[in-house]
Design a protein around this ligand. Structure first.
Ligand code: C2E
Ligand code: MG
Ligand code: MG
Length: 716
């Protein structure tokens, strides 16, 4: 060991001792060697630098307590008082001990004391400020990393939870078409056995597993792979809907990723699709029969018209059931619905794959027969339909019968658009119904015009009543025995503002069809009663009543009200009905007739011989009068057939105590014949045409001022 005074000298001769001293002086550690008295033996330069000491302050023999005090002055942080601290440091035995000392200026010094064999010690001071700072920074960074890892771990956990609880299947593939990750739902959706798919599984293998499980679309494995691969390499987002052979439908959303891999979500839209299909079906079908509805019919018809050109034709059959209302009325709507379903089934059995049957609502159906090469094909289908539909129906043990009328329009001749064809088939249907139902009719040019006329007439009719355009004419009825007028038949006339006078044959059938006959008939009854009430009391008034009036609002109350309002005695009113009145709802009609009869009203059977001429009708009700139709009277002088009929009917009437009236007597020969055959009354141009009330009163009735003596004009 060298002399401490020399040890601190900067320049020293180059002997080994000095070299060692030089080395110690240049250590990065401050070194202090002290003896067993705790007095400095040696202190290196670094130590002096560290604490800003002069060689004098550390010269050999300086008590180490001085060095400690100096350090305290420099700001060494301690927990006790300086004196206690010094005492404690120098008082203890010298033993190996390391402490880290912090200074108020921020320096950190690692301080180590080692004992020496002679009882002294060596103390080293190392400035570890930077190391400690570094350490602190590292620690801080480590903490940060740890926190981030923790956050990531928890995020991963959340992510895992999220993707495994998604309702959609999710999978990520890398650029090599190998699976990076997929969720459980994905595996589940495709019925892939557990444990067979994981990170790294190639797409081809997953597809194989799906083909084994049956969860693949209707294409070969190769086709499917080619398709999915094309989607993948296109690097474009793509949404596709895939229908699997197991009946499920998936929506696959493919989204490319920047590294040429992709992420895809697989959504099971089977239920949604089923609902959509159902809604779509409902939008295009009739719910009762499951036949096409109007919307689908139009689509199909349009398609057919677009597809079949050249020599091929399309036939549109418009069907309307006959007597369907009766089924509904008799057996109820439930039975009516059942019948419609059976009709639908029967129709299905008659058409081809390419044809379309639609229900247009109610009891109307349309069949599009497409293609046909000849209108005869439409004829034969229509005939079959008529034949099949009129077969009896067994509905809950009851037998029901309906028929059908059919109108047919054939493209291109009858129209080239759905609207035109449907309209023309409808016009033809109208004709078929007018022809007596249970028949079919092809569209003919001109029907359109007739329909147009009809429509205009319908509108005019409805306006005519409030406009006061109707008028009653009266035709005298003459008693052949007394040659006196027994009464008058009220016959309606329409004074149309443009068309002039319109005969009832032109508008009554339409009025009946559209139900307008009910208010019109009521007007006739009221008017006739009011007029007749002014006439001498022995004169009757006869009013024609249509079948529809029996079905409308209570006919009895209409009549009773009219009688009451006019003051006409019921026995002076006669109502004329035709056989058609007894065709439907016979029981109900007969009940009304009996009611009227009880009131004293007379009932006549009009136009006898033109309809069914059924004797059972005559037997079913005690008519007061039979009116023999004009057609028999017309050729009674030439046609023996007519003569016999008149004779038979007159005999029947007389036998049953009814009056027999001959209608339409125009000549004296006819008059002589009908009188000879037993008719008791006549009506006809021979005596008088129907005339306006003013004319009637002027010609046939006594002047008002002499009401006691009614006129008695002579026949012929
Ligand atoms: P209808 O009840 O059989 O009436 C007799 C028809 O024969 C009347 O025709 C009358 O003008 C006509 N006529 C009378 N005598 C002769 C004749 O000698 N020669 C010819 N050629 N014809 C004769 P109109 O007035 O045109 O009435 C036709 C039909 O219209 C009536 O037949 C009746 O069924 C119906 N009708 C008339 N008015 C009404 C009404 O107010 N209500 C209802 N529901 N139907 C009515
Ligand atoms: Mg009549
Ligand atoms: Mg008649």
């Amino acid at each position: 060991m060298t002399e401490s005074g020399k040890a601190v000298t900067a320049s020293a001769p180059a002997d080994p001792g000095r070299l060692l001293e030089e080395a110690i002086n240049n250590l990065s550690l401050g070194v202090v060697i002290f003896d067993h008295n705790r007095e400095v033996l040696f202190c290196n330069k670094r130590y002096m630098q560290m604490y800003g000491l002069t060689p004098e302050q550390v010269k050999p023999g300086t008590p180490t307590s001085e060095l400690i005090r100096h350090r305290l002055k420099l700001g060494l942080k301690i927990r006790t008082t300086p004196e206690d601290y010094i005492r404690e440091r120098v008082g203890r035995d010298i033993a190996l001990d390391t402490t880290v000392q912090e200074f108020t200026d921020g320096r950190i010094i690692a301080y180590t004391v080692r004992p020496m064999p002679d009882g002294g010690g060596i103390a080293t001071h190392e400035d570890v400020t930077e190391r400690e700072a570094l350490h602190a920074r590292l620690k801080q960074q480590y903490e940060l990393v740890r926190e981030q890892e923790e956050a990531l771990r928890s995020r991963n956990f959340q992510f895992d939870t999220a993707i495994n609880n998604m309702s959609q299947g999710l999978c990520f593939f890398d650029a090599a078409h190998k699976l990076i990750v997929c969720n459980d739902r994905f595996i589940d959706m495709y019925d892939i056995p557990p444990g067979r798919v994981g990170p790294g599984t190639p797409l081809t293998e997953i597809v194989d597993l799906r083909y084994e499980a049956g969860s693949f679309p209707a294409m070969s494995r190769e086709e499917y792979l080619r398709w999915r691969t094309n989607v993948a390499v296109s690097n474009e987002p793509k949404d596709s809907i895939v229908e699997l052979m197991n009946g499920r439908t998936f929506k696959i959303r493919h989204r490319p990723m920047p590294d040429h891999g992709w992420v895809a979500t697989h959504e099971d839209i089977t239920e949604q699709r089923r609902a959509e299909v159902k809604i779509e079906h409902m939008a295009h079908h009739d719910s009762l029969t499951d036949l096409a509805n109007r919307v689908l019919l139009n689509e199909r018809l349009e398609q057919a018209l677009g597809r079949f050109q050249g020599r091929q034709m399309v036939a549109v059959h418009h069907l309307d059931l006959d007597q369907f209302k009766a089924v509904n009325d008799t057996f109820g709507h439930h039975a009516g619905d059942k019948l419609l379903k059976i009709v639908a089934d029967r129709l299905r059995g008659l058409v081809r794959e390419t044809d379309t049957i639609a229900r247009m609502g109610g009891d109307e159906f349309v069949i599009v027969q497409a293609p046909i090469a000849d209108p005869n094909e439409a004829t034969s289908l229509a005939q079959q339909i008529i034949e099949w539909v009129c077969e009896p129906y067994d509905i809950d043990g009851h037998q029901a019968c309906v028929g059908t009328s059919i109108g047919i329009a054939v493209s291109p001749g009858d129209g080239e658009t759905p609207e035109k064809l449907l309209r023309n088939a409808d016009l033809a249907l109208y004709r078929a119904k007018a022809d007596g139902r249970g028949t079919f009719h092809f569209f003919e040019p001109g029907m359109d015009e007739q329909m147009q006329t009809r429509r205009i007439m319908e509108q005019d009719l409805r306006k005519a009543l409030p406009a006061g355009e109707f008028e009653l004419y009266y035709q005298p009825v003459v008693n052949l025995q007394s040659s006196e007028i027994s009464g008058f038949e009220a016959l309606i006339r329409w004074n149309h503002p443009e068309r002039g006078q319109v005969a009832p044959a032109t508008f009554i059938p339409l009025a009946e069809e559209i139900g307008f006959i009910v208010p019109l008939g009521e007007w006739v009854i009221r008017q006739a009663c009011l007029t007749a009430a002014q006439w001498p009391e022995h004169l009757h008034v006869a009013v024609n009543i249509s079948a529809a009036q029996f079905r409308g609002t209570s006919l009895t109350s209409v009549i009773v009200n009219a009688l009451a309002a006019s003051g006409l005695h019921p026995t002076r009113l006669e109502i004329e009905i035709t056989e058609s009145v007894l065709l439907h709802d016979r029981e109900a009609t007969l009940a009304v007739l009996h009611q009227l009869r009880t009131l004293g009203i007379r009932i006549a059977m009009d136009d006898f011989g033109t309809g069914y001429s059924s004797l059972t009708y005559l037997q079913s009700f005690p008519f007061d009068k039979i009116k023999i139709d004009r057609s028999f009277v017309k050729d009674i002088t030439e046609n023996t057939g007519s003569l016999y009929i008149v004779r038979a009917v007159a005999a029947l009437a007389n036998g049953m105590g009814m009056a027999a009236t001959a209608e339409g007597v125009e000549t004296t020969e006819q008059l002589a014949r009908i009188a000879a055959e037993g008719c008791t009354e006549m009506q006809g141009y021979l005596f008088s045409k129907p005339l306006p009330v003013g004319e009637i009163e002027r010609l046939f009735l006594p002047k008002r001022e002499k009401p006691a003596a009614p006129g008695r004009p002579q026949v012929a």
